[in-house]
Design a protein around this ligand. Structure first.
Ligand SMILES: *[C@@H]1O[C@H](CO)[C@@H](O)[C@H](O)[C@H]1NC(C)=O
Ligand SMILES: *[C@@H]1O[C@H](CO)[C@@H](O)[C@H](O)[C@H]1NC(C)=O
Ligand SMILES: *[C@@H]1O[C@H](CO)[C@@H](O)[C@H](O)[C@H]1NC(C)=O
Ligand SMILES: *[C@@H]1O[C@H](CO)[C@@H](O)[C@H](O)[C@H]1NC(C)=O
Ligand SMILES: *[C@@H]1O[C@H](CO)[C@@H](O)[C@H](O)[C@H]1NC(C)=O
Ligand SMILES: *[C@@H]1O[C@H](CO)[C@@H](O)[C@H](O)[C@H]1NC(C)=O
Length: 551
């Protein structure tokens, strides 16, 4: 705890520039974002590259590292990256969403500067504007445990990242046009694994290699647009060890459902006949199953992978039951952003219950997706900047959706949505999926206890079914059709935080909102100052800079 106090006191005198925190190491990246040719489904098309790469470079960091990424936008349109699951303690300035950051104009750059404070685990970054994510610009982000903190499994022989996702070959500009004109994206054209698919003609290069007898860590994330994936290795079960920043109870799975925006770390032991094997990603809950494979090669292996793929599970119930097997390992030590709030969350009184119900409908004849009857639109001024410059009232209204929406929502309005949450209160959020498609929700700035997913309608009596002991602390949760999911957490991280559907057409057409957690005294103890290099846009662009937060 001495370290924590030291960091706290350093923050107090750190002034208005980047917050320099003790001796925690810095890692620097310069990223050049460009268009380029990619072939995720085997056919060349335009994609978004970072330093010439698709997927983008992997960020390999250790808990508490300071990460500095200077992003040069060499596209012909505004661009912005978010760091999905990085908690940005006191620092929503670096979250990289349109509620906190102005987009980087074409030909310009912006330097992100954040600390991966008290976190471990497997994460992804991706572009948030327009439909850029459908063209690339995404990549993996690892936060390793510091050496002095024990990890509840032996060091793997190597550490691999699998980024799998559905793919639409139309390109991001056409996809945006389809959504802007009020039409539906329809079915994906394929699935890729790390930007490729194996052809199965015996000439495929392996994605990864394994040595007989050794155990490997695979970080598996769904970087897709809208489709849940089932991931499995031919002949090799997976031992689940980590999920979105938490060490889990180490159950063994033949396959895992990974919903959009989610990441899981598993251990795989190379204990089979040495040859090639497929890793398989196939779509879930789609009328037609689409499958992609990649080669995993034994270094001393002889022979191709068997064409016989392990079968995918069928139906929703399987996925729901799998969710219920996920448990947090309460005895594993690990960096946690809020150790006080981590334990005994089941005995904290709930101060506010917010039900967020997603619906779809038409506005002026065009498809929109809504939460509690409001479909989110980004104002030209980022919400956080409007708050900082004291002009929030000119940009949005707080609490403009009801905490308990009516059972039937018929009308949809278009507005920004911002909930005013009181700092340090313990809140229950119910995600109610009133649609017939799967949802995947993400909350920035926090991890939450994913205490329940059930079919039907939530009522307060359902609380007795919550896992109040060892629910996994994570940052995304899926909600099956006509089902609900409940999360619990303490809102102890000041800032403007995005709750978004990770289903990207829904996100683009309005299923997102922000929660504002304000430091009542504008205190540096609770929140960092706006960085000096923040880009400005909207009504704050020409305004005088307000006085900074102080002690
Ligand atoms: C980024 O890439 C483009 C296209 O390859 C190139 O013209 C430009 O010089 C690069 N910029 C930087 C900063 O490397
Ligand atoms: C990632 O970082 C860890 C810890 O600093 C280091 O041990 C490992 O070799 C790095 N891996 C890669 C692929 O750079
Ligand atoms: C753009 O990059 C330069 C270095 O090339 C850096 O000095 C400057 O701060 C960056 N701009 C922003 C807004 O971060
Ligand atoms: C939980 O972590 C502890 C401590 O590292 C480890 O010994 C134990 O095997 C783990 N338990 C399970 C069920 O995975
Ligand atoms: C929680 O609420 C119960 C019942 O309202 C009350 O008895 C108890 O003191 C509260 N606990 C805390 C820690 O506030
Ligand atoms: C937010 O809620 C708090 C009470 O919890 C209240 O004091 C404050 O005025 C509200 N802020 C706004 C901007 O509505």
């Amino acid at each position: 705890m001495g370290g924590l106090m030291l960091i706290l006191s350093l923050c107090l005198w750190a002034g208005s520039m980047f917050v320099v925190q003790g001796e925690d190491p810095y890692i620097f990246f310069t990223w050049n974002v460009t268009y380029g040719t990619i072939s995720p489904l085997g056919v060349p098309q335009q994609g978004i590259l970072i330093n010439g790469q698709f997927p983008g470079p992997n960020i390999n960091s250790t808990s508490n590292n300071n990460i500095v990424v200077n992003v040069f936008n060499n596209l012909d349109e505004p661009f912005l990256l978010t760091w999905n699951g990085v908690q940005q303690r006191k620092n929503s300035w670096q979250d990289g969403v349109l509620g906190t950051n102005c987009p980087v104009p074409p030909g310009k750059n912006y330097t992100y500067h954040f600390q991966v404070k008290d976190q471990i685990g497997s994460y992804i970054y991706y572009p948030v504007i327009a439909m850029h994510k459908a063209a690339g610009g995404f990549g993996g982000l690892r936060i390793n445990s510091r050496l002095l903190i024990p990890v509840p499994y032996a060091d793997p022989a190597d550490d691999y990242t699998i980024l799998a996702g559905d793919w639409f070959s139309k390109g991001h500009t056409s996809l945006k046009k389809i959504l802007d004109s009020g039409r539906n994206l329809g079915r994906c054209d394929g699935v890729h694994i790390n930007g490729k698919v194996a052809k199965g003609d015996g000439k495929d290069q392996p994605l990864f290699t394994m040595e007989s007898g050794k155990t490997y860590k695979y970080r598996i994330c769904n970087v897709g647009i809208k489709t849940s994936l089932n991931i499995r290795f031919q002949g090799h079960p997976m031992k689940l060890v980590e999920m979105e920043g938490s060490h889990t109870v180490q159950n063994v799975y033949e396959s895992l459902d990974v919903h959009v925006g989610q990441c899981y770390s598993v251990l795989v032991t190379a204990n089979q006949e040495p040859k090639d094997y497929y890793v398989v990603a196939s779509t879930r809950f789609t009328r037609q199953m689409v499958t992609a494979t990649g080669i995993i090669r034994y270094t001393n292996g002889k022979g191709p992978a068997s064409p016989e793929l392990p079968p995918a599970p069928v139906g929703w119930a399987w996925s729901l039951n799998q969710f219920r097997t996920f448990r947090w390992n309460l005895t594993a030590s690990a960096a946690r952003p809020n150790p006080q709030g981590s334990y005994h969350y089941g005995s904290i009184n709930i101060t506010r219950t917010i039900k967020l119900s997603n619906t779809a409908g038409k506005v002026d004849g065009k498809l929109r997706y809504a939460i509690n009857g409001v479909s989110y639109v980004d104002p030209p001024t980022p919400l956080k900047l409007a708050e900082y410059y004291n002009v929030a009232d000119k940009v949005f209204k707080y609490d403009n959706i009801a905490d308990d929406p009516p059972a039937k929502i018929s009308e949809i309005t278009l507005e920004p949505i911002v909930l005013n949450l009181t700092h340090r209160t313990f809140i229950e959020i119910i995600f109610e999926n009133r649609e017939t498609a799967i949802q995947s929700w993400h909350l920035s700035g926090y991890s939450f206890f994913a205490v329940a997913i059930e079919t039907g309608t939530w009522t307060p009596e359902k609380r007795k079914n919550y896992n109040l002991l060892d629910a996994v602390s994570r940052h995304t949760i899926q909600v099956f059709p006509n089902s609900w999911a409940a999360i619990l957490l303490t809102f102890d991280n000041c800032g403007m935080w995005n709750i978004r559907s990770e289903i990207w057409d829904r996100h683009y057409l309005g299923q997102q909102l922000y929660v504002s957690v304000l430091s009542p005294a504008r205190s540096l103890r609770d929140e960092y100052n706006k960085p000096d290099n923040s880009l400005l846009c909207g009504i704050v662009e020409s305004m005088p800079k307000p006085p900074p937060y102080s002690i």
